[in-house]
Design a binder for this molecule. Structure first.
Ligand code: AMP
Ligand code: MG
Length: 410
């Protein structure tokens, strides 16, 4: 058997990821933002509740509130007032009395139990109860959801829509967050045209900046899009210098594979400390990473599938660390492959799959077909990666494989 796992010159995927993560540092600048503007920002401090939620004991039902002991000797109580949501009963409810109460209304003083109106008969000021109630029935206690001083969102949490609701429910006006990460995007290649332009012979439409920009939006980064830079030494150099000045991270695509005709590598070597890696992964072998004078640089391969997969599996993790956000927890499943999967040992594969439940009720994954690194449709129809380890060979239908479900960035 050949030695499959030590292909000379290839950097194992996990090593590439770990090396990259160890070389990026989180942002430190913070801004104070109104909660409505804080979506996708990363919290720079813990948030503890300034109040009890709910703030007071209140009724879970439309009905009648009373002291539990009142029903020990009587089945009929005297109606002594009303407590509505926003207009609580002001007095004290005595033994033998009850208070009309609506859902969410504050429990009157002297009451500890609520009976729903369906179990009562009302005749003028007399309310007759059909059964005894356990003390505390239908009462929501103050602080039942959240107690005052309880930690609700911790530092480094990325704010989601539901969190904004939670913050509003606590009466919080603004939050301290890390400023947005600024990411510059550069597409290189003379053959690239932007949608709307016409294609000359040999041209293709530029894809990578579109897909990466939209993933960066979801990440909560600010995108500085340099568009397509033509294959001219000075123009490429100017673009990288300008991108480096403005951004925390610069991401380019194309021009990082061996023997590439453009000037990207020459320019990068001149400007910074960049490693041109050959990662043992498929798609996405050529990948560049390093430091420019002011920013971190990620050089994605040109092929759209390779660009997307290396961005998603590698660069994104580093950007998340730079944002101060917690690492994403991806979902991995062991499922049966419904198809034969071709694979040669030597590189870790991220094949595109469709995870579903078979007609027999079994979890299975199908291949989404042609796995070429330019075939973007293999990704568009997929909902997971079939992750095949570096040393693994082909897989037969019916064998178990590891599936990485697509996360919120894809
Ligand atoms: P390269 O790494 O520059 O040799 O590019 C590899 C392949 O990806 C070539 O076929 C390029 O035309 C293609 N490519 C490079 N950049 C892009 C891009 N931004 N959008 C779509 N295809 C690209
Ligand atoms: Mg190129």
């Amino acid at each position: 058997m050949s030695d499959c796992c030590s292909v000379p010159g290839l950097l194992p995927f996990e090593q590439a990821l770990a090396s990259m993560l160890s070389q990026v540092t989180p942002l430190t600048e913070t801004v104070k933002l109104p909660i409505k503007e804080a979506l996708n920002y990363v919290l720079a401090h813990d948030i503890s509740s300034p109040l009890n939620v709910p703030p007071h004991d209140n009724s879970a039902m439309d009905g009648y509130a009373f002291a539990n002991e009142s029903l020990k000797n009587n089945v009929t109580l005297l109606l002594a007032g009303r407590s509505m949501a926003g207009a609580p009963f002001q007095g004290e409810c005595n033994v033998g009395e009850c208070i009309r109460i609506m859902t969410g209304a504050k429990m009157p003083a002297g009451c500890d139990t609520v009976e729903m109106q369906e179990n009562t008969i009302v005749d003028g000021d007399n309310v007759t109860f059909s059964q005894e109630k356990k003390q505390g029935a239908n009462v929501r206690k103050a602080g039942e959801d959240i107690q005052v001083a309880q930690l609700v969102l911790d530092k480094d949490h990325k704010i989601k829509s539901i969190d904004i609701g939670l913050l509003a429910s606590l009466g919080i006006v603004d939050v301290l967050v890390y400023r947005k990460l600024k990411v510059a995007l550069i597409a290189t290649g003379d053959e690239l045209k932007t949608p709307g332009q016409s294609l000359n012979e040999g041209d293709i439409y530029e894809t990578n900046s579109f897909v990466i920009a939209s993933m960066l939006e979801r990440l909560g980064a600010e995108v500085i899009d340099f568009g397509i830079i033509e294959d001219d030494f000075d123009k490429i150099k100017q673009a990288f210098i300008s991108a480096d000045r403005q951004a925390d991270a610069v991401i380019s695509s194309g021009g990082v594979s061996v023997g590439d005709a453009d000037y990207t590598k020459t320019v990068l070597d001149e400007l910074g400390e960049i490693g041109f890696w050959k990662i043992a992964m498929k798609p996405g072998k050529p990948f560049a990473f390093g430091q420019l004078p002011n920013s971190v640089f990620f050089g994605l391969p040109g092929n759209p599938v390779s660009a997307l997969v290396t961005f998603h599996q590698l660069a994104l993790q580093a950007l998340i660390k730079m944002q101060n956000a917690k690492p994403i927890k991806r979902t991995y499943l062991q499922v049966k492959s419904a198809d034969n999967l071709r694979k040669s040992p030597g590189r870790k594969d991220f094949q595109r799959g469709f995870f579903t439940v078979s007609p027999e009720g079994e979890n299975v994954v199908y291949s989404t077909g042609v796995q070429g690194s330019g075939v973007l449709s293999s990704l568009a129809t997929a909902n997971c990666f079939i992750e095949l380890a570096q040393e693994q060979g082909s897989v037969k239908a019916g064998e178990f494989v590891t599936v990485q479900l697509f996360d919120l960035y894809l």
